[in-house]
Design a protein. Structure first.
Length: 111
């Protein structure tokens, strides 16, 4: 086993820094704030919850329980079980909750 060099440590930090959940968390609030101010920030953080936080918590739980080896989910069969859970929260959360929030789910017109 080789000792990590400064270059490999730096490369690992960059790779971990630009993984999808970090990009979503860092970039999604910006358009909301720039276009709609505080209200846009609230909606963007709501979207971040379902697009990045919930899937990340699911994967961390799997790693803690031992059903997943690591956060990269390298084993193909494990990926097939994790994928539906990662893909489902954004549309379900954003669609269902936002419809309920604006009153469409109760048959009332939106704002």
């Amino acid at each position: 086993m080789t000792t990590p060099t400064t270059t490999t440590l730096w490369a690992r930090r960059v790779t971990d820094g630009v993984e999808p959940k970090n990009v979503i968390i860092a970039m999604l609030p910006r358009p909301g704030v720039l276009r709609y101010g505080w209200r846009g920030l609230g909606w963007a953080l709501f979207a971040v919850l379902f697009a990045a936080v919930v899937p990340t918590l699911f994967i961390r739980r799997g790693v803690r329980k031992g059903t997943l080896e690591d956060r990269h989910v390298g084993h193909r069969q494990r990926r097939l079980t994790v994928f539906p859970f990662i893909v489902t929260p954004p549309p379900a959360g954003a669609g269902g909750f936002s419809l309920a929030l604006v009153g469409v789910a109760r048959g009332q017109p939106g704002p």
